[in-house]
Design a protein around this ligand. Structure first.
Ligand SMILES: NC(=O)C1=CN([C@@H]2O[C@H](COP(=O)(O)OP(=O)(O)OC[C@H]3O[C@@H](n4cnc5c(N)ncnc54)[C@H](OP(=O)(O)O)[C@@H]3O)[C@@H](O)[C@H]2O)C=CC1
Ligand SMILES: O=C(O)[C@@H]1CCC=N1
Length: 280
């Protein structure tokens, strides 16, 4: 099946590369288009065989499944562009959470899904969050899950939980990288250890931590128990973190959800502000 990617920014590129490197898709099957064309051309030059479509309409005409890899504010323009050439046989997948499936189903006659990916798919890991629309057949659903199984572990979630699941699966790589960087910076400021050493120590630790949790037989809880020996230093550190860290995560989740509500409102205003509705 020919597959298209509209938007080859950070995540569009990650998906294209992961699908090709996993062997699931071959470059010849892929059509890409990006507002700044040079970005798509660069990606195509790295994976000979990828087709760079002249515009989003050509991409839709050449493919059966299309991934919308733009930011929420960029949806209206793309939907206006492609709605005339999208058919009932197309599968259209949004990779962003604040664009509602119902709105996409009103705009396009296509079969709609939302699949929220994560940067972790670049190394074929992490959960992709799978939210099926109402028009997908059982075969379409099996095909999409199989596609994403090549680069991730697909997890079906209710659209109501898309934001929190995305916080945990898609935003957290950045959140945790930030915390590790802050820890290393504090180590430098408090002790004078060279920054390069501090960064290397936390990075190597994180690699080991990931493996302990996936293949080492540890849970988050047993891991803390094993490291925090009674009367030891880690126990004292954990007691401080118990008090100080939990409120930060509550604030973080409240913040992402407030921003999400704002984004939904903006997208709905943009998408519903039109005369004609799609009649599939
Ligand atoms: N980054 C991540 O880890 C994750 C991102 N997402 C979601 O993916 C979406 C994209 O994020 P990300 O890739 O990081 O953002 P980027 O800004 O890196 O990529 C968006 C791309 O869309 C292109 N674009 C915008 N309008 C059009 C158009 N009309 N036609 C063709 N291409 C267009 C932009 O082109 P131009 O080069 O001109 O700017 C840009 O390259 C977001 O909605 C985000 O929520 C979801 C999960 C994880
Ligand atoms: O920052 C963002 O908006 C996107 C959503 C999930 C990860 N990145």
């Amino acid at each position: 099946m020919k597959i298209g990617f509209i938007g080859t920014g950070s995540m569009g590129r990650t998906l294209v590369e992961a699908f090709i490197r996993s062997g699931k898709l071959s470059p010849q099957d892929l059509y890409i288009h990006n507002r700044t064309r040079a970005k798509a051309e660069l990606l195509a030059s790295e994976y000979p065989g990828i087709h760079v479509a002249a515009d989003n309409r050509e991409l839709v005409r050449q493919t059966r499944c299309i991934f919308l890899c733009m930011k929420p504010g960029e949806f209206r323009r793309v939907l206006e562009e492609i709605r005339g050439c999208t058919t009932r046989d197309h599968i259209v997948v949004s990779i962003t959470s604040p664009v509602m499936i119902q709105d996409l189903e009103e705009w396009l006659p296509a079969k709609i899904a939302k699949i929220i990916p994560s940067i972790t798919h670049a190394i074929f890991s992490g959960n992709s969050l799978y939210i099926p629309g109402s028009r997908l057949t059982t075969d379409d659903q099996a095909w999409l899950k199989d596609l994403f199984s090549a680069i991730s572990s697909p997890l079906e979630v209710d659209e109501r939980h898309a934001r929190i699941a995305s916080d945990l699966a898609s935003c957290s790589p950045a959140f945790f990288a930030n915390m590790m960087e802050k820890m290393a910076d504090a180590a430098v400021e408090e002790t004078g250890i060279p920054r390069e050493s501090a960064i290397s120590l936390v990075t190597q630790m994180a690699q080991g931590l990931g493996r302990l949790l996936t293949e080492g037989g540890f849970t988050l809880h047993t891991l803390q128990q094993r490291v925090a020996v009674p009367g030891g230093i880690t126990r004292e550190g954990l007691e401080l973190l118990e008090k100080e860290v939990s409120p930060i995560f509550h604030r973080l989740i409240q913040l992402t959800h407030n921003k999400y509500e704002e984004d939904i409102e903006k997208v709905q205003k943009a998408l519903n502000n039109r005369v004609e509705k799609n009649v599939p």
